[in-house]
Each structure stands twice: as structure tokens, then as C-alpha cells.
Design a protein around this ligand. Structure first.
Ligand code: NDP
Length: 322
């Protein structure tokens, strides 16, 4: 099978196409032939070595495909079933072996490329909006990188829960996407100052969902209302330097959290509940997932270059047939 291998940490060029033996599923495992593979910003952190993994490794955690073979003790799935996953290391490949509990059945009507990118970003948006703060409908929230993969889903979920949404992004074209998804106000970064955010939110926002990190952290903190929450969930611009807790006091007794998806799908039950809600919303049309670009699996490096260069909108996928 064709796969992408990383044998040393570094820039996108270390994503190397290789031919490997197709793996065999053991007990409790399923062999899946991938039909589409999700690309996420977190893949770049593993590639660079910011998050540790032993070398060499196949990157990626997310995808969709068809059950090709089943191991012992996997009664719920049969060959040919359509499945998706978001926590299976080694997903940049034509075949993936996954523990059966990691696989979610994909309903008819959800195309492969959507199925391959709905879980990691969809479940992230779901836990961020549901479980990381105490704001309620009518409150104003700020969402950074609103036109991105997580950002687009988060805007829609926030609007659906009755929040007023201010989104930030880098270009007018991306701003237009945010508006179409329901954002009430969109600011391009140069005008996204704390003063402007406070003006639009009558004194500060209840929550900032910040996936950009280093470049936006100070603005995010200064944009909060008293007792607001800064939900720092990513570092697309780099890691935030250490923070003196006294800054949270000075900002108005605000809360700072740095959550990660795996802690919010820590049990199979929670994983399936969140996945079912996201899938239902996609099927009934109340949530739209836009795949902004698809690259050949062999061109995974190009997908990472596009992410770093902020050229992408929505989700990105790899096509394992190319
Ligand atoms: P995106 O599609 O949002 O891509 C990243 C976006 O970040 C860019 O398009 C760009 O949008 C913005 N950005 C701002 N500054 C920079 C910069 N210096 N370099 C590159 N991009 C920049 O990616 P994802 O949706 O995959 O992920 C969004 C964030 O969420 C990431 O930080 C990721 O690590 C995090 N994440 C966290 C999870 C968690 O559980 N904690 C789970 C999943 C994702 P613009 O042009 O609008 O500025």
C-alpha cells in the first residue's frame, strides 16, 4: 500500500511517499481501505516534533473508508461497511488498522470526503461550545480563524446555540465565508483590537475560542468581559509563552483553559454521543461542513504547505487513490 512516512522531524518536505506492506487486523481490530483522509493542523505539530512520536511513523489520525477485513471479536462491523475515525495514528495511508471502538458508522448521504473530516474538527467544535465555559445564549463570543476547519463548524454551532458571534480572520474572502455561516461581525486581524471587540460586545466577550495562539493570545485576554473564559485550543501561529496567573486576575477574574479533544471523548460512550450529534446535524443539514481542498495522498506535503501559508478554508482531505 502507499503511505506517507516521516523518518525525521521537520518542514513539509519530510512527508515522504513510501510503499509498505498492507497491515493485518488483530483481535478487536478492523482493516479499513481508506477512501478519504482528513488533514488537520495538529498533524503539522507531530511532523515538526512539537508533539512527541517515535520515528519513523505514518502521520494522520483521521479518515473514512470501507471495512476490508475484520479481526476476531468485532461482531458489529462487516466487510463493506462505511466507517470514519479521528483517533487512529497512521491514517495517511491507503489502509489503516483501527481498534473497532474507534470506528463510527457513516450514514448514507454523507460523502466520503465529508466523512473523513467531520470527526476531529466536528467533535472539537462540539466539546468547545458545549463543555469549556459557562456562557449562555445571548452572550457574545469571539472565534479566531473563523474560516478554518474548526472555525467554520464552531461559528455554526455557536449561532445555533444562540450566541452572538464575532469572528476574526485574515482576508476579506474568508470574512465573507464567516458571514455566510452566521457570524454577526467579522474583523480582519489589523482591526481586531481589544478596543474594537469590547465596543462590539458592550464591554467584552463572555468567551474567546482561540486556536491561533501566540499571535492572538494577548488580544484574546484583553477582549474578555469580567469573569469571562479564554478557551485556548490551538497554536496555529506558535505556542503561547508561559502566562503569569496574575494576568487572569487583572483581566477581570477570567478563566483560562487549554483543552484537548481526547479528554472530551475519553470514553467510547462520550465519543459516540458527540459523534452522533455531529452526524445528525450534518444529515439534517443544520451543520454544513465545507472541504476547501483535496490533495493527492502523494502530495501530502503540499497540503501542509497550504495550511502553513493560510491558503486553506474549511477542512482539507487527501485522496488515497492518487
Ligand atoms: P485551520 O483550518 O483553522 O487552519 C489554521 C488557520 O489558522 C489558518 O487558516 C489561519 O486562518 C489561522 N492562522 C493564524 N495565524 C496563523 C499562522 N501564523 N500560521 C498559520 N495559520 C494561522 O486548522 P484546524 O481547523 O485544523 O485547526 C485549528 C486550530 O485548532 C489549530 O491550532 C489546531 O491545532 C487546533 N485544534 C485543537 C484541538 C483541541 O482539542 N485542542 C483539536 C483540533 C484542532 P486565518 O487566515 O483566518 O488567520
Amino acid at each position: 500500500m502507499r503511505a506517507i512516512e516521516i523518518s525525521e522531524h521537520g518542514g513539509p518536505d519530510v512527508l515522504t511517499p513510501v510503499d509498505l506492506d498492507t497491515p493485518t487486523p488483530g483481535p478487536g481490530e478492523i482493516l479499513v481501505r481508506t477512501t478519504a483522509i482528513g488533514v488537520n493542523y495538529v498533524d503539522t505539530y507531530f511532523r515538526e516534533g512539537i508533539y512527541p512520536r517515535d520515528l519513523p511513523f505514518i502521520p494522520g489520525n483521521e479518515g473514512a473508508g470501507l471495512v476490508e477485513a475484520v479481526g476476531e471479536g468485532t461482531p458489529d462491523l462487516v466487510v463493506g461497511d462505511r466507517v470514519a475515525w479521528c483517533q487512529v495514528p497512521g491514517s495517511y495511508a491507503q489502509y489503516v488498522v483501527a481498534p473497532v471502538e474507534e470506528l463510527v458508522a457513516v450514514p448514507d448521504g454523507v460523502p466520503d470526503h465529508v466523512a473523513a473530516s467531520m470527526l476531529l474538527q466536528g467533535l472539537t467544535a462540539h466539546y468547545l461550545i458545549s463543555d469549556t465555559h459557562r456562557a449562555t445564549g445571548g452572550d457574545t463570543v469571539l472565534i479566531t480563524a473563523g474560516a478554518g476547519g474548526v472555525g467554520q463548524l464552531l461559528i455554526q454551532m455557536a449561532v445555533a446555540r444562540g450566541f452572538r458571534v464575532i469572528a476574526t480572520t485574515s482576508t476579506e474572502a474568508k470574512a465573507q465565508l464567516c458571514r455566510e455561516l452566521g457570524a454577526h461581525q467579522v474583523l480582519l486581524y489589523p482591526e481586531a483590537t481589544p478596543e474594537r471587540v469590547r465596543e462590539l460586545s458592550e464591554g467584552g466577550v463572555s468567551v474567546v475560542f482561540d486556536g491561533v495562539g501566540r499571535d492572538t493570545f494577548d488580544t484574546s485576554l484583553a477582549s474578555l468581559a469580567r469573569r469571562g473564559s479564554l478557551v485556548l485550543f490551538g497554536a496555529a501561529s506558535g505556542a503561547v509563552p508561559p502566562v503569569d496567573p496574575q494576568r487572569l486576575n487583572a483581566a477581570g477574574s477570567v478563566f483560562l483553559t487549554r483543552p484537548k479533544l481526547s479528554d472530551f471523548i475519553a470514553t467510547t460512550e462520550e465519543y459516540r454521543e458527540r459523534a452522533a450529534e455531529v452526524l445528525d446535524a450534518l444529515v439534517d443539514g443544520s451543520l454544513k461542513l465545507s472541504v476547501g481542498a483535496t490533495f493527492a495522498l502523494s502530495d501530502a506535503a503540499e497540503a501542509h504547505r497550504a495550511l502553513h501559508a493560510r491558503r486553506t478554508t474549511g477542512s482539507i482531505t487527501l485522496d488515497p487513490t492518487r
